[in-house]
Design a protein around this ligand. Structure first.
Ligand code: SAH
Length: 554
Protein backbone atom coordinates (compact mmCIF):
# COMPACT_ATOMS: atom_id res chain seq x y z
CA UNK A 1 0.00 0.00 0.00
CA UNK A 2 2.80 2.43 0.90
CA UNK A 3 4.41 1.71 -2.45
CA UNK A 4 1.16 2.50 -4.25
CA UNK A 5 0.86 5.83 -2.53
CA UNK A 6 4.41 6.64 -3.37
CA UNK A 7 3.73 5.70 -6.97
CA UNK A 8 0.70 7.97 -7.04
CA UNK A 9 2.72 10.80 -5.57
CA UNK A 10 5.48 10.40 -8.16
CA UNK A 11 2.91 10.19 -10.91
CA UNK A 12 1.29 13.37 -9.63
CA UNK A 13 4.66 15.10 -9.31
CA UNK A 14 5.58 14.05 -12.80
CA UNK A 15 2.18 15.18 -14.06
CA UNK A 16 2.60 18.53 -12.34
CA UNK A 17 6.00 19.08 -13.90
CA UNK A 18 4.84 17.85 -17.22
CA UNK A 19 1.97 20.31 -17.14
CA UNK A 20 4.28 23.09 -16.09
CA UNK A 21 6.53 22.39 -19.07
CA UNK A 22 3.66 22.06 -21.46
CA UNK A 23 2.29 25.38 -20.28
CA UNK A 24 5.47 26.94 -21.58
CA UNK A 25 5.28 25.18 -24.88
CA UNK A 26 4.35 27.52 -27.69
CA UNK A 27 1.26 26.43 -29.50
CA UNK A 28 0.01 24.16 -26.73
CA UNK A 29 -3.43 25.29 -25.84
CA UNK A 30 -4.32 24.55 -22.24
CA UNK A 31 -7.76 25.95 -22.83
CA UNK A 32 -8.92 22.98 -24.81
CA UNK A 33 -8.96 20.23 -22.19
CA UNK A 34 -12.54 19.05 -21.53
CA UNK A 35 -13.38 19.66 -17.87
CA UNK A 36 -16.18 18.55 -15.57
CA UNK A 37 -17.66 20.77 -12.89
CA UNK A 38 -15.58 21.01 -9.72
CA UNK A 39 -18.38 19.63 -7.53
CA UNK A 40 -19.47 16.09 -8.49
CA UNK A 41 -23.17 16.65 -7.86
CA UNK A 42 -23.10 19.21 -10.67
CA UNK A 43 -23.46 17.48 -14.06
CA UNK A 44 -22.18 20.44 -16.09
CA UNK A 45 -19.19 19.96 -18.41
CA UNK A 46 -17.02 22.64 -19.95
CA UNK A 47 -14.76 22.97 -22.96
CA UNK A 48 -11.85 24.04 -20.76
CA UNK A 49 -10.70 24.40 -17.15
CA UNK A 50 -11.08 28.18 -17.13
CA UNK A 51 -14.82 27.88 -17.76
CA UNK A 52 -15.12 25.28 -14.99
CA UNK A 53 -13.28 27.57 -12.56
CA UNK A 54 -15.53 30.46 -13.52
CA UNK A 55 -18.59 28.26 -12.96
CA UNK A 56 -17.33 27.20 -9.52
CA UNK A 57 -16.64 30.84 -8.67
CA UNK A 58 -20.19 31.78 -9.61
CA UNK A 59 -21.37 29.08 -7.20
CA UNK A 60 -19.33 30.66 -4.42
CA UNK A 61 -16.10 28.64 -4.66
CA UNK A 62 -13.22 30.82 -5.88
CA UNK A 63 -10.45 28.23 -6.20
CA UNK A 64 -7.76 30.70 -7.27
CA UNK A 65 -8.42 32.88 -4.26
CA UNK A 66 -8.39 29.84 -1.97
CA UNK A 67 -5.10 28.51 -3.35
CA UNK A 68 -3.49 31.92 -2.89
CA UNK A 69 -4.91 32.39 0.62
CA UNK A 70 -3.84 28.96 1.88
CA UNK A 71 -0.59 29.08 -0.13
CA UNK A 72 -1.19 25.57 -1.41
CA UNK A 73 1.50 23.84 -3.41
CA UNK A 74 0.89 21.93 -6.63
CA UNK A 75 0.27 18.59 -4.94
CA UNK A 76 -2.04 20.13 -2.36
CA UNK A 77 -4.14 21.64 -5.14
CA UNK A 78 -4.46 18.19 -6.74
CA UNK A 79 -5.42 16.68 -3.35
CA UNK A 80 -8.00 19.42 -2.82
CA UNK A 81 -9.65 18.86 -6.20
CA UNK A 82 -9.65 15.07 -5.75
CA UNK A 83 -11.03 15.44 -2.21
CA UNK A 84 -13.95 17.52 -3.45
CA UNK A 85 -14.76 14.98 -6.15
CA UNK A 86 -14.08 11.69 -4.36
CA UNK A 87 -17.37 9.85 -3.71
CA UNK A 88 -16.11 8.64 -0.31
CA UNK A 89 -15.57 12.16 1.08
CA UNK A 90 -17.96 12.82 3.97
CA UNK A 91 -19.61 15.16 4.75
CA UNK A 92 -20.06 16.19 1.10
CA UNK A 93 -18.06 19.35 0.41
CA UNK A 94 -19.99 22.45 -0.59
CA UNK A 95 -18.67 25.70 -2.08
CA UNK A 96 -19.04 27.28 1.35
CA UNK A 97 -17.30 24.52 3.30
CA UNK A 98 -14.42 24.57 0.82
CA UNK A 99 -14.00 28.33 1.04
CA UNK A 100 -13.86 27.97 4.82
CA UNK A 101 -10.86 25.61 4.78
CA UNK A 102 -8.00 26.77 6.98
CA UNK A 103 -5.11 24.93 5.31
CA UNK A 104 -4.63 22.66 8.36
CA UNK A 105 -6.94 19.90 7.09
CA UNK A 106 -5.16 16.54 7.04
CA UNK A 107 -6.35 15.59 3.55
CA UNK A 108 -4.19 18.39 2.12
CA UNK A 109 -1.12 16.40 3.07
CA UNK A 110 -2.51 12.90 2.69
CA UNK A 111 -0.98 11.15 -0.32
CA UNK A 112 -4.04 8.88 -0.54
CA UNK A 113 -5.74 11.94 -2.03
CA UNK A 114 -3.35 11.81 -4.98
CA UNK A 115 -5.01 8.62 -6.23
CA UNK A 116 -7.00 9.69 -9.28
CA UNK A 117 -10.80 9.86 -8.81
CA UNK A 118 -12.43 7.50 -11.34
CA UNK A 119 -13.96 9.46 -14.20
CA UNK A 120 -11.77 12.51 -13.61
CA UNK A 121 -8.35 11.13 -14.56
CA UNK A 122 -7.66 13.52 -17.44
CA UNK A 123 -9.83 16.36 -16.27
CA UNK A 124 -8.70 19.86 -17.22
CA UNK A 125 -8.77 21.20 -13.66
CA UNK A 126 -5.95 18.83 -12.68
CA UNK A 127 -3.81 20.20 -15.47
CA UNK A 128 -3.86 23.84 -14.47
CA UNK A 129 -0.97 24.83 -12.24
CA UNK A 130 -2.87 27.08 -9.86
CA UNK A 131 -0.12 26.86 -7.22
CA UNK A 132 2.46 28.15 -9.66
CA UNK A 133 0.16 31.02 -10.66
CA UNK A 134 -0.36 31.92 -7.01
CA UNK A 135 3.39 31.97 -6.35
CA UNK A 136 3.80 34.31 -9.31
CA UNK A 137 1.18 36.57 -7.76
CA UNK A 138 3.03 36.49 -4.45
CA UNK A 139 6.27 37.53 -6.08
CA UNK A 140 4.47 40.28 -7.95
CA UNK A 141 2.94 41.66 -4.80
CA UNK A 142 6.25 41.40 -2.94
CA UNK A 143 7.85 43.31 -5.80
CA UNK A 144 5.14 45.95 -5.63
CA UNK A 145 5.71 46.33 -1.89
CA UNK A 146 9.45 46.63 -2.36
CA UNK A 147 8.92 49.24 -5.05
CA UNK A 148 6.64 51.17 -2.79
CA UNK A 149 9.08 51.02 0.14
CA UNK A 150 11.89 52.08 -2.16
CA UNK A 151 9.92 55.02 -3.52
CA UNK A 152 9.05 56.11 0.01
CA UNK A 153 12.73 56.12 0.89
CA UNK A 154 13.51 58.10 -2.24
CA UNK A 155 10.83 60.63 -1.28
CA UNK A 156 12.27 61.03 2.20
CA UNK A 157 15.73 61.43 0.75
CA UNK A 158 14.44 63.93 -1.83
CA UNK A 159 12.76 65.93 0.91
CA UNK A 160 16.07 66.12 2.78
CA UNK A 161 17.90 67.28 -0.32
CA UNK A 162 15.14 69.73 -1.20
CA UNK A 163 14.44 68.32 -4.67
CA UNK A 164 10.98 67.56 -6.00
CA UNK A 165 9.53 64.18 -5.26
CA UNK A 166 8.72 63.59 -8.93
CA UNK A 167 12.41 63.88 -9.85
CA UNK A 168 13.31 61.50 -7.10
CA UNK A 169 10.79 58.82 -8.01
CA UNK A 170 11.42 58.94 -11.73
CA UNK A 171 15.18 58.92 -11.56
CA UNK A 172 15.61 55.14 -11.91
CA UNK A 173 13.45 52.31 -13.18
CA UNK A 174 11.09 50.92 -10.57
CA UNK A 175 12.56 47.42 -10.74
CA UNK A 176 16.06 48.57 -9.82
CA UNK A 177 16.00 48.04 -6.04
CA UNK A 178 15.34 44.30 -6.23
CA UNK A 179 18.34 43.47 -8.32
CA UNK A 180 20.39 46.02 -6.37
CA UNK A 181 19.39 44.25 -3.19
CA UNK A 182 20.51 40.85 -4.40
CA UNK A 183 23.76 42.40 -5.64
CA UNK A 184 24.30 44.25 -2.40
CA UNK A 185 23.97 41.07 -0.36
CA UNK A 186 26.24 39.30 -2.81
CA UNK A 187 29.01 41.90 -2.79
CA UNK A 188 28.73 42.37 0.98
CA UNK A 189 29.48 38.68 1.35
CA UNK A 190 32.92 39.39 -0.18
CA UNK A 191 33.71 42.41 1.97
CA UNK A 192 35.30 40.56 4.92
CA UNK A 193 38.55 38.65 5.17
CA UNK A 194 37.30 35.12 5.97
CA UNK A 195 35.98 34.29 2.56
CA UNK A 196 39.18 35.48 0.89
CA UNK A 197 41.29 33.47 3.29
CA UNK A 198 39.21 30.37 2.53
CA UNK A 199 39.73 30.87 -1.20
CA UNK A 200 43.43 31.64 -1.01
CA UNK A 201 44.07 28.76 1.40
CA UNK A 202 42.52 26.43 -1.17
CA UNK A 203 45.83 25.52 -2.79
CA UNK A 204 44.29 23.44 -5.55
CA UNK A 205 42.58 26.62 -6.70
CA UNK A 206 45.16 29.29 -5.97
CA UNK A 207 48.29 27.40 -6.98
CA UNK A 208 46.67 26.37 -10.27
CA UNK A 209 46.14 30.05 -11.13
CA UNK A 210 49.68 30.83 -9.96
CA UNK A 211 51.13 27.97 -11.97
CA UNK A 212 49.48 29.15 -15.17
CA UNK A 213 50.26 32.83 -14.65
CA UNK A 214 53.86 32.34 -13.50
CA UNK A 215 54.89 29.44 -15.72
CA UNK A 216 58.01 30.39 -17.70
CA UNK A 217 56.35 28.67 -20.66
CA UNK A 218 53.49 31.19 -20.44
CA UNK A 219 55.61 34.29 -19.82
CA UNK A 220 54.91 35.52 -23.36
CA UNK A 221 51.19 35.73 -22.51
CA UNK A 222 51.69 38.26 -19.72
CA UNK A 223 55.09 39.95 -19.81
CA UNK A 224 54.65 43.52 -21.03
CA UNK A 225 50.91 42.92 -21.61
CA UNK A 226 47.66 44.43 -20.39
CA UNK A 227 45.79 42.23 -17.95
CA UNK A 228 42.28 42.52 -16.53
CA UNK A 229 41.30 40.77 -13.28
CA UNK A 230 37.51 40.51 -13.05
CA UNK A 231 36.57 40.33 -9.37
CA UNK A 232 40.03 40.85 -7.90
CA UNK A 233 39.01 40.31 -4.25
CA UNK A 234 42.14 40.64 -2.12
CA UNK A 235 44.13 41.27 -5.32
CA UNK A 236 45.96 37.96 -5.24
CA UNK A 237 45.61 37.11 -8.96
CA UNK A 238 46.52 40.66 -10.00
CA UNK A 239 49.63 40.40 -7.86
CA UNK A 240 50.60 37.10 -9.54
CA UNK A 241 50.20 38.82 -12.92
CA UNK A 242 52.28 41.80 -11.81
CA UNK A 243 54.96 39.38 -10.64
CA UNK A 244 54.83 37.68 -14.03
CA UNK A 245 55.83 41.02 -15.56
CA UNK A 246 52.50 42.47 -16.79
CA UNK A 247 52.73 46.04 -18.12
CA UNK A 248 49.49 46.96 -16.38
CA UNK A 249 46.77 45.15 -14.50
CA UNK A 250 43.22 46.48 -14.26
CA UNK A 251 41.81 44.98 -11.08
CA UNK A 252 38.05 45.30 -10.68
CA UNK A 253 35.81 44.52 -7.72
CA UNK A 254 32.40 45.81 -6.67
CA UNK A 255 32.80 44.76 -3.04
CA UNK A 256 34.33 46.81 -0.23
CA UNK A 257 37.24 44.40 -0.45
CA UNK A 258 38.48 46.56 -3.35
CA UNK A 259 39.83 49.01 -0.75
CA UNK A 260 41.82 46.20 0.85
CA UNK A 261 43.08 45.16 -2.58
CA UNK A 262 44.40 48.70 -3.12
CA UNK A 263 46.23 48.52 0.20
CA UNK A 264 47.65 45.10 -0.64
CA UNK A 265 48.95 46.37 -3.98
CA UNK A 266 50.64 49.30 -2.29
CA UNK A 267 52.00 47.16 0.51
CA UNK A 268 53.74 44.91 -2.01
CA UNK A 269 55.11 47.71 -4.16
CA UNK A 270 53.01 47.10 -7.30
CA UNK A 271 51.05 50.37 -7.43
CA UNK A 272 52.86 51.29 -10.63
CA UNK A 273 51.40 48.17 -12.33
CA UNK A 274 48.03 47.40 -10.76
CA UNK A 275 45.11 49.84 -10.81
CA UNK A 276 42.17 48.84 -8.67
CA UNK A 277 38.73 49.98 -9.84
CA UNK A 278 35.95 49.69 -7.37
CA UNK A 279 32.62 49.00 -9.08
CA UNK A 280 30.51 46.44 -10.82
CA UNK A 281 32.10 45.17 -14.02
CA UNK A 282 29.01 46.02 -16.04
CA UNK A 283 28.88 49.58 -14.70
CA UNK A 284 32.43 50.71 -15.42
CA UNK A 285 32.13 51.21 -19.19
CA UNK A 286 32.99 54.88 -19.00
CA UNK A 287 36.00 54.69 -16.74
CA UNK A 288 37.35 51.61 -18.51
CA UNK A 289 36.66 52.97 -22.02
CA UNK A 290 40.38 53.46 -22.83
CA UNK A 291 40.88 49.70 -22.55
CA UNK A 292 37.99 48.60 -24.77
CA UNK A 293 39.46 45.88 -27.02
CA UNK A 294 42.92 46.40 -25.47
CA UNK A 295 43.26 43.58 -22.94
CA UNK A 296 45.62 40.69 -23.74
CA UNK A 297 44.94 38.49 -20.76
CA UNK A 298 41.67 38.29 -18.82
CA UNK A 299 41.85 36.43 -15.55
CA UNK A 300 38.99 35.75 -13.16
CA UNK A 301 38.06 33.34 -10.44
CA UNK A 302 34.33 33.27 -11.00
CA UNK A 303 33.53 29.65 -10.16
CA UNK A 304 30.89 29.04 -7.51
CA UNK A 305 29.49 25.97 -5.82
CA UNK A 306 28.11 23.63 -8.47
CA UNK A 307 30.23 25.84 -10.73
CA UNK A 308 27.39 28.19 -11.63
CA UNK A 309 26.02 29.22 -8.26
CA UNK A 310 26.56 33.00 -7.72
CA UNK A 311 26.10 33.73 -11.43
CA UNK A 312 29.36 35.58 -11.76
CA UNK A 313 30.19 34.08 -15.13
CA UNK A 314 28.08 36.57 -17.16
CA UNK A 315 30.18 39.43 -15.72
CA UNK A 316 33.35 37.76 -16.98
CA UNK A 317 31.78 37.20 -20.39
CA UNK A 318 30.69 40.82 -20.45
CA UNK A 319 34.31 41.87 -19.86
CA UNK A 320 35.49 39.39 -22.51
CA UNK A 321 33.31 40.97 -25.18
CA UNK A 322 34.15 44.54 -24.29
CA UNK A 323 37.82 44.47 -23.37
CA UNK A 324 39.59 41.35 -24.63
CA UNK A 325 41.58 41.53 -27.87
CA UNK A 326 40.45 39.11 -30.61
CA UNK A 327 43.13 36.50 -29.81
CA UNK A 328 43.40 37.38 -26.14
CA UNK A 329 43.73 34.75 -23.42
CA UNK A 330 41.01 33.81 -20.99
CA UNK A 331 42.22 32.32 -17.71
CA UNK A 332 40.63 29.93 -17.11
CA UNK A 333 39.42 29.02 -20.60
CA UNK A 334 37.28 25.90 -20.16
CA UNK A 335 35.13 24.29 -17.47
CA UNK A 336 33.27 21.00 -17.45
CA UNK A 337 30.50 19.94 -15.09
CA UNK A 338 30.12 16.23 -14.40
CA UNK A 339 27.78 13.93 -12.53
CA UNK A 340 28.14 10.46 -10.99
CA UNK A 341 26.02 8.13 -8.91
CA UNK A 342 26.91 7.76 -5.22
CA UNK A 343 26.17 5.46 -2.31
CA UNK A 344 26.37 6.53 1.31
CA UNK A 345 29.78 5.90 2.83
CA UNK A 346 29.36 8.43 5.61
CA UNK A 347 28.94 11.97 4.44
CA UNK A 348 26.29 11.59 1.80
CA UNK A 349 23.30 11.01 4.09
CA UNK A 350 24.81 12.56 7.22
CA UNK A 351 22.36 15.46 7.21
CA UNK A 352 19.46 13.00 7.24
CA UNK A 353 20.91 10.70 9.88
CA UNK A 354 21.66 13.58 12.23
CA UNK A 355 17.95 13.88 13.08
CA UNK A 356 17.53 10.15 13.81
CA UNK A 357 19.17 10.50 17.19
CA UNK A 358 19.28 13.94 18.78
CA UNK A 359 20.43 13.50 22.38
CA UNK A 360 17.99 10.63 22.76
CA UNK A 361 15.18 12.12 20.64
CA UNK A 362 13.95 11.33 17.15
CA UNK A 363 13.21 14.38 15.01
CA UNK A 364 12.22 13.32 11.49
CA UNK A 365 10.21 16.50 10.98
CA UNK A 366 13.49 18.38 10.80
CA UNK A 367 14.38 16.53 7.61
CA UNK A 368 11.36 17.97 5.82
CA UNK A 369 12.49 19.92 2.78
CA UNK A 370 16.06 18.79 3.29
CA UNK A 371 16.07 16.84 0.06
CA UNK A 372 14.75 19.80 -1.87
CA UNK A 373 18.11 21.48 -1.52
CA UNK A 374 21.39 20.38 -2.97
CA UNK A 375 24.07 19.88 -0.30
CA UNK A 376 27.69 20.97 -0.48
CA UNK A 377 29.97 18.40 1.16
CA UNK A 378 33.28 16.60 0.65
CA UNK A 379 32.16 13.22 -0.63
CA UNK A 380 34.54 10.28 -0.13
CA UNK A 381 35.88 8.75 -3.36
CA UNK A 382 34.58 5.37 -2.10
CA UNK A 383 31.02 6.69 -2.34
CA UNK A 384 31.17 7.09 -6.10
CA UNK A 385 29.62 4.04 -7.77
CA UNK A 386 29.62 4.96 -11.47
CA UNK A 387 31.89 6.52 -14.05
CA UNK A 388 31.24 10.26 -14.23
CA UNK A 389 29.22 11.61 -17.16
CA UNK A 390 29.61 15.10 -18.60
CA UNK A 391 26.74 17.45 -17.78
CA UNK A 392 27.94 20.55 -19.53
CA UNK A 393 31.04 21.79 -21.32
CA UNK A 394 31.65 25.50 -20.97
CA UNK A 395 34.19 26.91 -23.44
CA UNK A 396 34.48 30.43 -22.05
CA UNK A 397 35.57 31.87 -25.34
CA UNK A 398 32.30 31.20 -27.14
CA UNK A 399 29.61 31.27 -24.44
CA UNK A 400 26.86 33.86 -24.82
CA UNK A 401 26.79 36.59 -22.17
CA UNK A 402 24.23 35.12 -19.78
CA UNK A 403 23.98 32.60 -17.02
CA UNK A 404 24.20 29.17 -18.67
CA UNK A 405 21.03 27.06 -18.62
CA UNK A 406 21.03 23.53 -19.85
CA UNK A 407 19.14 20.27 -20.15
CA UNK A 408 21.44 17.28 -20.46
CA UNK A 409 20.60 13.60 -20.68
CA UNK A 410 23.06 11.30 -18.89
CA UNK A 411 23.54 7.56 -18.53
CA UNK A 412 25.40 6.08 -15.57
CA UNK A 413 26.43 2.44 -15.32
CA UNK A 414 26.62 1.33 -11.70
CA UNK A 415 29.87 -0.45 -10.93
CA UNK A 416 28.89 -2.64 -7.96
CA UNK A 417 25.85 -3.93 -6.04
CA UNK A 418 24.77 -1.04 -3.82
CA UNK A 419 22.04 1.39 -2.91
CA UNK A 420 22.37 4.58 -4.93
CA UNK A 421 21.44 7.31 -2.45
CA UNK A 422 22.13 10.27 -4.66
CA UNK A 423 23.95 11.93 -7.50
CA UNK A 424 27.10 13.92 -6.97
CA UNK A 425 28.33 16.69 -9.21
CA UNK A 426 31.66 18.50 -9.51
CA UNK A 427 33.62 20.43 -12.11
CA UNK A 428 37.00 20.48 -13.80
CA UNK A 429 38.72 23.62 -15.05
CA UNK A 430 41.44 24.20 -17.66
CA UNK A 431 43.71 27.09 -18.53
CA UNK A 432 44.76 26.89 -22.19
CA UNK A 433 47.79 28.95 -23.24
CA UNK A 434 46.28 29.86 -26.62
CA UNK A 435 42.96 31.15 -27.88
CA UNK A 436 40.44 29.06 -29.84
CA UNK A 437 41.45 25.71 -28.34
CA UNK A 438 38.63 23.16 -28.69
CA UNK A 439 37.68 20.96 -25.73
CA UNK A 440 38.81 17.81 -27.51
CA UNK A 441 42.41 19.08 -27.69
CA UNK A 442 42.72 19.73 -23.97
CA UNK A 443 44.91 17.37 -21.95
CA UNK A 444 43.09 15.14 -19.43
CA UNK A 445 42.33 17.05 -16.28
CA UNK A 446 45.04 16.89 -13.62
CA UNK A 447 43.94 14.94 -10.54
CA UNK A 448 47.02 15.20 -8.30
CA UNK A 449 47.20 18.64 -6.69
CA UNK A 450 49.83 21.10 -7.85
CA UNK A 451 52.67 21.47 -5.33
CA UNK A 452 54.21 24.82 -4.34
CA UNK A 453 57.62 23.76 -5.65
CA UNK A 454 56.13 23.37 -9.13
CA UNK A 455 55.15 27.02 -9.22
CA UNK A 456 57.63 29.55 -10.50
CA UNK A 457 58.33 32.70 -8.51
CA UNK A 458 56.57 31.88 -5.24
CA UNK A 459 59.81 32.56 -3.34
CA UNK A 460 60.06 36.18 -4.58
CA UNK A 461 59.34 39.20 -2.38
CA UNK A 462 58.07 42.76 -2.71
CA UNK A 463 58.01 44.03 -6.28
CA UNK A 464 60.31 41.39 -7.73
CA UNK A 465 59.14 39.92 -10.98
CA UNK A 466 60.10 36.53 -12.39
CA UNK A 467 63.15 36.61 -14.63
CA UNK A 468 62.64 36.43 -18.39
CA UNK A 469 62.93 32.99 -19.87
CA UNK A 470 63.21 31.64 -23.36
CA UNK A 471 61.25 28.52 -22.56
CA UNK A 472 59.07 26.94 -25.28
CA UNK A 473 55.72 28.66 -25.20
CA UNK A 474 52.52 27.21 -23.88
CA UNK A 475 51.79 25.21 -20.74
CA UNK A 476 48.31 23.96 -19.94
CA UNK A 477 47.16 23.92 -16.34
CA UNK A 478 44.05 22.22 -15.00
CA UNK A 479 42.47 21.13 -11.76
CA UNK A 480 39.56 19.04 -10.59
CA UNK A 481 37.11 19.47 -7.73
CA UNK A 482 36.21 15.77 -7.83
CA UNK A 483 36.17 13.41 -4.84
CA UNK A 484 39.25 11.76 -6.40
CA UNK A 485 41.35 14.90 -6.08
CA UNK A 486 42.50 16.90 -3.07
CA UNK A 487 39.47 18.54 -1.39
CA UNK A 488 38.80 22.12 -2.43
CA UNK A 489 36.60 24.81 -0.87
CA UNK A 490 34.00 24.02 -3.55
CA UNK A 491 33.61 20.48 -2.18
CA UNK A 492 31.04 18.56 -4.25
CA UNK A 493 27.34 19.07 -4.77
CA UNK A 494 25.04 16.29 -3.56
CA UNK A 495 21.54 15.63 -4.87
CA UNK A 496 19.96 13.12 -2.47
CA UNK A 497 17.21 10.88 -3.81
CA UNK A 498 13.89 10.63 -1.97
CA UNK A 499 13.67 7.09 -3.30
CA UNK A 500 17.12 5.43 -3.34
CA UNK A 501 17.86 2.99 -6.16
CA UNK A 502 18.78 -0.63 -5.42
CA UNK A 503 21.40 -1.42 -8.05
CA UNK A 504 23.54 -4.29 -9.28
CA UNK A 505 26.88 -4.07 -11.07
CA UNK A 506 25.82 -3.03 -14.57
CA UNK A 507 22.49 -1.41 -13.62
CA UNK A 508 21.93 1.53 -15.91
CA UNK A 509 20.53 4.77 -14.56
CA UNK A 510 19.23 7.00 -17.31
CA UNK A 511 18.65 10.57 -16.37
CA UNK A 512 18.36 14.13 -17.41
CA UNK A 513 19.44 17.21 -15.53
CA UNK A 514 17.86 20.61 -16.12
CA UNK A 515 19.62 23.61 -14.67
CA UNK A 516 18.22 27.12 -14.77
CA UNK A 517 18.40 30.30 -12.69
CA UNK A 518 15.97 30.51 -9.78
CA UNK A 519 12.93 32.69 -10.40
CA UNK A 520 13.20 34.36 -7.02
CA UNK A 521 16.95 35.07 -6.86
CA UNK A 522 18.90 35.32 -10.08
CA UNK A 523 22.11 34.28 -8.33
CA UNK A 524 20.59 30.97 -7.20
CA UNK A 525 19.79 27.93 -9.31
CA UNK A 526 17.07 25.37 -9.70
CA UNK A 527 17.98 21.85 -10.71
CA UNK A 528 15.53 19.25 -11.94
CA UNK A 529 16.67 15.67 -11.97
CA UNK A 530 14.64 13.24 -14.05
CA UNK A 531 15.86 9.69 -13.79
CA UNK A 532 14.83 6.12 -14.17
CA UNK A 533 16.31 2.67 -13.97
CA UNK A 534 16.05 0.27 -16.82
CA UNK A 535 14.88 -2.78 -14.90
CA UNK A 536 14.30 -4.92 -17.96
CA UNK A 537 15.72 -8.42 -17.61
CA UNK A 538 17.30 -9.59 -20.88
CA UNK A 539 14.73 -9.98 -23.65
CA UNK A 540 11.77 -8.73 -21.67
CA UNK A 541 9.64 -5.70 -22.16
CA UNK A 542 11.07 -2.52 -20.70
CA UNK A 543 9.76 -1.57 -17.26
CA UNK A 544 11.12 1.77 -16.21
CA UNK A 545 9.85 4.10 -13.53
CA UNK A 546 10.68 7.72 -14.17
CA UNK A 547 11.28 9.86 -11.13
CA UNK A 548 11.57 13.59 -10.84
CA UNK A 549 13.12 15.62 -8.08
CA UNK A 550 13.58 19.36 -7.99
CA UNK A 551 16.35 20.99 -5.95
CA UNK A 552 17.44 24.51 -5.26
CA UNK A 553 21.13 25.33 -5.16
CA UNK A 554 21.69 28.16 -2.72
N1 SAH B 1 40.13 37.01 -7.50
C1 SAH B 1 40.02 36.79 -6.08
C2 SAH B 1 38.58 36.84 -5.58
C3 SAH B 1 37.64 35.85 -6.24
S1 SAH B 1 36.03 35.87 -5.52
C4 SAH B 1 40.70 35.49 -5.73
O1 SAH B 1 40.94 34.71 -6.65
O2 SAH B 1 40.98 35.24 -4.56
C5 SAH B 1 35.10 36.78 -6.67
C6 SAH B 1 35.18 38.30 -6.50
O3 SAH B 1 34.53 38.86 -7.63
C7 SAH B 1 34.48 38.85 -5.28
O4 SAH B 1 35.37 39.67 -4.56
C8 SAH B 1 33.31 39.65 -5.83
O5 SAH B 1 33.05 40.83 -5.10
C9 SAH B 1 33.79 40.00 -7.23
N2 SAH B 1 32.75 40.19 -8.24
C10 SAH B 1 31.79 39.30 -8.61
N3 SAH B 1 31.05 39.79 -9.61
C11 SAH B 1 31.53 41.02 -9.90
C12 SAH B 1 31.16 42.04 -10.83
N4 SAH B 1 30.14 41.86 -11.67
N5 SAH B 1 31.85 43.19 -10.83
C13 SAH B 1 32.88 43.38 -9.96
N6 SAH B 1 33.27 42.45 -9.05
C14 SAH B 1 32.62 41.28 -9.03
Amino acid sequence: MAMDLEGAREQAEEQALWDKEDNNFDGWDDEDVPTRALFPDDAATFPNAEAALQHAKEQGCDVRQLVARLQLDTLQVIRLINYIRRPATQPRPTPLSIMQLTGHESFLNDDAELQPVPGYENDGLLQLDLAEEATGQDVQSELAMLRQAYNELRLQYAARLGITSADAVDATPAAAPVSTNVDKMYFDSYAGHDIHQTMIADTVRTLSYAQFILSPANAHLIRGKTVMDVGCGSGILSLFCARAGAKQVLAIDASDVAERAKANVEENGFSHVIRVFRGKMEELDEVLAPWAGQVDFLVSEWMGYFLLYESMLPSVLYARDRYLKPNGILAPSHSRMVIAAATDKGVLCERLRFWDQVHGFHMPSMTQGLMDEAATEDVEAASIVSEPATLCDLPLESLPVRQPEFTTPFRLTITKPCTVHGFVSWFDTWFAPRAHEPFRELPPVRISPVQPNEVNGLHLHRQDVVPESASTPGEHVSFTTSPFGKPTHWKQTIFLLKTPIEAQAGTIVDGEMRVYPSKTNERELEVELHYGVDERPMGEKRVATRMIQVYSVR
